[in-house]
Design a protein around this ligand. Structure first.
Ligand code: ADP
Length: 648
């Protein structure tokens, strides 16, 4: 096949431009990215050859080699892993598959300084392209395991790349960088310096479980021509290369055998995150089912946390051999942001997902990991409240999904939840703290769901609670609409929506004989109005009744205790499910002059059409006050205009 020239996809081109004119301060990481790719390629080959014994691949000495040519000023990272076919090179190297890239590029352009840019690049893991920070030409030579034909890809990163087939290519991938001249100002070395390479590998890639080899310092200065010649070959078979990483799996080391920095590097390798994790969790279980786990709680949520099919962050190893990424059997969906490694002793190397799903030990392990993650968060609440606040801000919405899916952990999850509250504008509260502040005689934990704090606070349902200074939790995440339907209590206290059912202002009035008598009187007074309005608005509402939750507004709409709220209904509808229509309840404020007048008018005149329209308007206003939609807005506007006109 002749050499073909291709253009980079637009996003890829933009990204490359940024790499070339590097706004990125820490260029060393290009090596980490290449080694990380090589390590993945070795993992893939090992797995594929376990599953397919006809692959015909050489798996006898899987490793990564770093080769330096001082004269040509090139640096090569070579692996004998899975390699890529011609088509794969076109697909994987010429384009950027990640859909978040456009957004990333946009944010990168906005980034104020190099530190910002570093953070962003870390979050997106630009991988292979980072080579262009240090190289003015990159060549990738690769042959897929089991295939005979190789492929050569070359580019200077300026707009186009070429691809051609190549013969006699060793299995795996070699990426060769023609290094840019060393920066004069701040660089006393360049990337051909062995000590520098060793240092970078030690810092970023020490835990890689494959050997990373490099030829020793050429003995050229010492004068033996042969050994100097050895290092100039195309690598692979150099005599006496040195393994420059320790390969020791971090998770099997004891606590004092590993530094925090090392843990963080492993985290980066797994997560492609530039920031340090919030927490590192180590676990070790012995006995019939032995395993090590090293889990991380990230400091920020990834872009795609709520994208369907988002990958889970936990990798499975068996006896220190990488088995699979994205192991959803090990950690529940609602903890999908947890990153890390689980290394089990007693599984077979070719364990499949189907087997994992049925394995009793795996299920037990998953429960333990879940428990440990939740207890770590709990400890964070008391031990490091700031860190907890960050965690909750980033991941609270996801954790709350567990209230619906993980029955067994409900209490543990509720215990680490915090919610916005009327008690404090800035600081969320836990349920326990709420309970400790409950008023004498208050029996329920009150909450209201809604779109925003402002929308909830302005809703008429809150009036009586505000007047009596009863704390209400303000639940504004979509998932809140759902879990509050399923969970009715915490630590013996009932959870109750202020917008549903009877206000239930906790017996206070019951104890007060005077108030009780007053209520009875009102009931009598309004009985006629309520009966008439209930039948007049019967198409729209289930019932019209007196309210104990209003102080200022004339009326409000509430849902019946077990009925679906409008927000939940629209969520179901957005998912394509339709629910049977449910009517809601109109509550009237007996102390409001408008309601009083309505009552008098109804008693005097019986129902004429004027009164009927007034009732409609009261209902419409109640709907508008909670941010709801009118069935016939133009009719409402017309009725309103007529009345206004009459007042002028
Ligand atoms: P990422 O590693 O984040 O996916 P890269 O741009 O670094 O992004 O690589 C893109 C893809 O190219 C990889 O996902 C992998 O499929 C392939 N690739 C890169 N390097 C190698 C390699 N050394 N061996 C085999 N495939 C590779």
């Amino acid at each position: 096949m002749p050499t073909e020239t291709f253009e980079f996809q637009v996003e890829a081109r933009q990204l490359l431009q940024m790499m070339i004119h590097s706004i990125y301060s820490n260029k060393d990481v290009f090596l980490r990215e290449l080694i990380s790719n090589a390590s993945d390629a070795l993992d893939k080959l090992r797995l594929e050859s376990l599953r397919d014994d006809t692959l015909g691949a050489d798996v006898s000495d899987l490793h990564i080699a770093i080769e330096v040519d001082n004269d040509a000023r090139t640096l090569t990272v070579r692996d004998n892993g899975i390699g890529m076919s011609y088509d794969e090179v076109v697909k994987l190297i010429g384009t950027i598959a990640n859909s978040g890239t456009a957004k990333f590029l946009h944010e990168l352009k906005q980034a104020q300084d190099a530190a910002d840019a570093d953070n962003l690049i870390g979050q997106f893991g630009v991988g292979f392209y980072s080579s262009f920070m240090v190289a003015d030409e990159v060549t990738l030579l690769t042959r897929r395991a089991g295939e005979s034909q190789g492929t050569r890809w070359t580019s200077t990163g300026e707009g186009t790349y070429t691809i051609e087939t190549a013969d006699d290519v060793p299995q795996g991938t070699a990426v060769t960088l023609r290094l840019k001249p060393a920066d004069t100002e701040d660089q006393l070395f360049d990337y051909t310096a062995r000590w520098k390479i060793k240092e970078i590998v030690k810092r970023y890639s020490d835990f890689i479980t494959w050997p990373i080899r490099m030829a020793p310092e050429p003995a050229a200065q010492a004068g033996t021509d042969e050994s100097a010649a050895d290092t100039e070959g195309d690598g692979g078979d150099q005599p006496g290369p040195e393994t420059i990483n320790s390969m020791k799996a971090l998770w099997t080391r004891s606590k004092d055998e590993a530094t925090e920095d090392e843990y963080h590097e492993l985290y980066r390798h797994i997560s492609h995150d530039w920031m340090d994790p919030l927490e590192t969790i180590r676990m070790h279980a012995e006995g019939t089912f032995e395993y090590h786990a090293l889990l991380f709680l990230p400091a920020h949520a990834p872009q795609d946390l709520f994208t369907r099919g988002q990958k889970h962050g936990v990798q499975l190893y068996v006896k220190r051999v990488f088995i699979m990424d994205d192991c959803e059997e090990l950690i529940p969906e609602y903890l999908r942001f947890v990153k890390g490694v689980v290394d089990a002793q007693d599984l077979s190397l070719n364990v499949s997902r189907e087997i994992l799903q049925q394995d009793r030990h795996i299920q037990l392990m998953r429960r333990r990991l879940t428990k440990k993650v939740l207890s770590t968060v709990k400890d964070m609440m008391s031990g490091n409240p700031d860190r907890y606040a960050t965690f909750w801000k980033e991941f609270g919405r996801v954790v709350k999904e567990g209230l619906l899916s993980d029955y067994e952990s409900r209490d543990a999850i509720l215990a680490v939840c915090s919610f916005a509250t009327t008690h404090d504008v800035d600081k969320p509260t836990t349920l326990q703290q709420y309970i400790e502040r409950m008023k004498e005689g208050q029996e329920h934990i009150f909450f209201m769901t809604g779109e925003s704090r402002a929308a909830i606070e302005n809703s008429p349902h809150m009036e009586a609670f505000r007047a009596r200074e009863i704390e209400v939790l303000l639940l504004t995440d979509p998932v809140d609409e759902v879990w509050v339907e399923a969970i009715t209590e915490f630590n013996g206290k009932q959870l109750r929506s202020v917008a549903k059912g009877e206000a239930g202002l906790d017996g206070e009035d019951e104890k007060d004989e005077e108030a009780k008598a007053e209520r009875e009187k009102q009931k009598e007074k309004y009985a006629g109005l309520l009966t008439w309005m209930t039948s007049h608005l019967g198409e729209e509402v289930k019932e019209v009744r007196l309210s104990s939750r209003l102080t200022v507004s004339p009326a409000c709409i509430v849902s019946d205790t077990y009925d679906v709220t409008p927000a939940l209904r629209s969520m179901y509808e957005a998912m394509g499910q339709s629910l049977p229509d449910t009517k809601r309840i109109l509550e009237l404020n007996p102390d409001h002059p408008l309601i009083d007048s309505l009552c008098k008018a109804q008693a005097e005149r019986e129902a004429d059409s004027d009164l009927g329209e007034a009732a409609e308007l009261v209902h419409g206003m109640a709907l508008l006050a909670e941010g709801g939609e009118l069935k016939d807005p133009s009719r409402f506007a017309k009725l309103m205009a007529d009345r206004l006109q009459r007042t002028l």
